[in-house]
Design a protein around this ligand. Sequence first.
Ligand SMILES: Cc1ncc(COP(=O)(O)O)c(C=O)c1O
Length: 495
Amino acid sequence: MFHIQRDSSVPLSEQICREFADRIRTGILANGSRLPSVRELADMLDVSLVTVVQAYRLLEQRGLAKRIHGKGTFVHTTSQPGQGGNNATGTQAYDWQLAVVDYLPRAAVLGIHGRTTSADVPYKLSTASLDPALSSLLFPRDIGQVVQRAMPSLAEYGPVDGLEALRRDVVSYLREFGLTAHPDKILIVNGVQQAIDLAARAFLGPGDVVVVEAPTYPGAIDVFRSRGATIVSIPMDAEGIRLDLLTRQCDQNPPKLVYTMPTFHNPTGIVMSTRRRRQLLELAESCQFLILEDDSFSDCSFMGPPPPPIRSLDKHGHVIYVKGFSKVFAPGCRVAAVSSSGSIHTRLIAAKTVSDLGSPVITQMLVHACLTHPKRRQRVLDIAKAVQRKRDIALEVLSEQAPPGISWTSPQGGYNLWVTLPPHVNTDALLIEALHAGVSFLPGSACYVNENVRHQLRISYAWLDDDALREGVSRLCGVLRSALESTGDHHLPVL
Ligand SMILES: Cc1ncc(COP(=O)(O)O)c(C=O)c1O
C-alpha cells in the first residue's frame, strides 16, 4: 500500500512502521483495522518476514498497534483524531484497499489538523493559519458586490495564467517587498501548495535530486515523494540552509531543484540572511539548479521589512518565486502567485494547464478585492502586530510553565514556534497524550525526510484567540511536564 526507499539510510522496518504510523495517527487506518499479515506484507513490499515482524513490533512499542495471537496485528490506539471510535466491523469490508499502492506517503500527517474539529481538539496549536477574526479585517465591506460583479465571468473560462487585473496588482504588491516583475510573468495558482506541485510535475521525475532544508514544510515532502524524486535534506544554521553542505552535495550528486523558505521558515522561523541568499543564488548559477522560493509568510513580519526575496536578485531565471495569499489574506480562496521567467515560466503554465486549466475566477476576484482594499497596508500591519502579540503570549506561557530541559525559538515573523525537547522524548507519542488534554501540535518528525528525529514539535500560535492560546500552551506545558517526569512510562517510548 505504500512505497519504501531501498537506498535510504533509514532501516526498512522503521520506514514501514512510519508509513503505518502516519496513517494511523490521522485516521486513514481506523482503530481496529487489521493490518496485512506478515507474509502478505513481506510479499507486497518484497522484504523479509523479519523486517515486517520488526516493523509491527515498533508499531506496538509506539502504542499504535496490537498483535492478537492467532488473529493478526490490528490498529490499536486510545486516541485517533477525527474518528468516532472503533469501527472494526465497518472497515473489514475495505481491507482489500490496503493492497492499493498510493503515492501520498505523508499527506496523512497534514491531515492531523485538517480532520480534527474544534469539538475534538479545542486548543489547536497545529494549525498554521490566522485567527479568522483577524483575516476578515482584509475583506472589503462590499464583498457581496464583488461576488455579484463576478457573476458574468463565471459563464466562461478564465485565462490559464490568471486574471489580468489580479496579476497587475500582484506586481504592485511584490514591489513593496523589493521584487520587480511583469504581469505577463505572473502565474496565479491555487495556493503555494499547488505551485510546489506544478514545479515538481514540470521538473522532477524519478531519480532527480531535490534538496530541502532540514527541517522543512511537510507538504513539500509529500509532493516530491509522489514524483519519485530523491529527496536530500540539508541542515540549517541561524542564516538559513548550510551552503557548505549544499556545495558538497552539488559536487557529489547535483540537485535539479532546491526548495527553500528563506523568510520565516516553517517550522523554525529562521530568516535567511541577505548574504546567504546571494550565495545560494550564485551556487544555483554555477551548478545550474532551480531554486523554488516559498514565500508564505513575509507579510507577517515583527521585525520591519525582511530581506528582499532571492528572486529579486535573480538575473538569469534560476528562481521560481511563490507568494502565498493564504497566511494573512484568505486561505479559503486558495490563491498564490508565481514569479519566474523564460521557458521555466512557460513550462509552469503548461503544468497548470494540464492540472486544472486555470484557477477559479471568483476566488481570484476576492483576493484581488483584498489586495486593493483601500486600508490594506495598515490592516496587514495591524494583523502582523496582533500575531506578534500572540507569539508573545506563547513565549510568556512557555517561559513561565515549561519544564526545564526544553528550548524554543523566538521567531521574528510567521506563525510557528519550534520546540526542542530532550532527545529521549518522542513527540509522536506525546501527541496522543496532548490530544487527550484537548491540545494538538505538529510532531517534528513530520518535518524531516529520513532523519529519525522525534524530540521536536511545532506550535502554531496564530490560529487561536488570545485566551484560548494561553490555555492551550499552558495545557501543553502540563503534558510536557508529565512527559519529562514519567520518562520510561510505556506511553512515552524511549527511542
Ligand atoms: C511554508 C508553507 N508553504 C506552503 C503552504 C501551503 O500554503 P497555501 O495555503 O498557500 O497552499 C504552507 C501552509 O501551511 C506553508 O506553511
